[in-house]
Design a protein around this ligand. Structure first.
Ligand SMILES: [Zn+2]
Length: 332
């Protein structure tokens, strides 16, 4: 078996438990802070309440960065996602479930279960770590290390002649190896490093990532339906209790939280569908000026002292072929 030359190093157990604890406390604090919005702004339109929720979350992000820089307190982003899912699920069981139909209950519980399985799978997945044998790997390291220093961010390599096995394996895509600074690893088909999942998104887990995104969208949409059913029934029975009790406030605030998540994830999903249709990776789109294959130099005309560089995508074979190629990735 070939040893992975750039395998991610797991955190020490103590550090991991510490970060998970910080994430758990952050989730509880942020969710209770969000519950203040329906308590004090219940008369405001839904859009205003969603905007205020976004503001509260922004304050938490800034506070989190401040704690990390000044106090050295680190949280784990995947644990934060995980605990948020668990918090919403627990609240659903304790408060919302009684107002939901049996079919909706089965659908939502099934979606959350699949989401947790998907989350664990993507966190543990190999995104496409370069594994082309020791001599080839050393050659790749030497070649790319110089470029890493030069760019100081992500680098791309043509990798031609570096590893015959991998070249033939990835011949349809060409080798689109990039360096991820977060993982300190070379990833084939690198799209981006996803802090929420604590892993790179590359050739091997891009499809899983898309399925998981769709899973998040479906689960959040179901939760909005369930919590609005709960709110509608509670308002008919006792409006004052819904607005003043902690459970009623949390039911509304988690609905606002899910609406917010839905909004940005629809944008994120649309972006990824666009990338698949035009066979471009997120990192390539952002950093195309670093990668020669995406640069089309237009020679200067007589009388002009400069030449222009325009973007071109050599991998774009038309939408149908691009989608076919993406779907075939997992089979390689
Ligand atoms: Zn990474």
């Amino acid at each position: 078996m070939v040893e992975l030359p750039y395998q991610r190093k797991p955190l020490a157990r103590g550090k991991l438990i510490g970060r998970c604890t910080v994430s758990c406390i952050s989730v509880l604090l942020s969710q209770f802070a969000l519950s203040l919005i329906p308590r004090f702004f219940s008369a405001s339109p839904l859009l205003i309440q969603v905007a205020l929720s976004a503001l509260v979350l922004l304050v938490f992000v800034v506070l989190g960065r401040w704690c990390r820089r000044l106090l050295g307190v680190h949280a784990s982003a995947p644990a934060f996602v995980f605990f948020n899912v668990l918090f919403v699920w627990a609240l659903y069981f304790a408060v919302i479930r009684r107002a939901v139909s049996l079919v909706m209950d089965i659908v939502f519980s099934g979606e959350v279960t699949m989401l947790i399985i998907g989350l664990c799978s993507i966190i543990a997945s190999n995104p496409g770590l370069v594994t082309c044998g020791s001599s080839c790997a050393n050659e790749l390291v030497e070649s790319l290390d110089a470029e890493v220093e030069a760019h100081n961010e992500v680098v791309e390599t043509s990798a031609s002649g570096l590893c015959h096995e991998s070249l033939t394996k990835g011949s349809t895509l060409g080798r689109r190896i990039k360096y991820c600074r977060s993982c300190k690893a070379y990833i084939e088909g690198f799209d981006h490093h996803c802090p929420a999942f604590g892993n790179c998104i590359g050739q091997n887990n891009h499809a899983l990532f898309m399925v998981l995104l769709a899973g998040f969208l479906a689960t959040e949409a179901s939760y909005v339906v369930c919590s609005s059913q709960f709110a509608a029934k509670s308002q008919i029975i006792d409006r004052t209790t819904l607005e003043t009790s902690l459970s009623g406030n949390l039911a509304i605030s988690t609905m606002l939280f899910s609406i917010l998540q839905l909004m940005w994830q629809v944008v994120f999903m649309s972006w990824h569908i666009y990338c698949i249709c035009f066979n471009i990776r997120t990192d390539e789109w952002i950093n195309w000026k670093k990668y020669p294959e995406f640069q089309h130099v237009i020679e200067s005309q007589p009388g002009q002292s400069f030449s222009k560089v325009r973007f071109r995508n050599p991998y774009d074979k038309g939408i149908l072929e691009n989608v076919k190629e993406f779907l075939a990735l997992e089979e390689k």
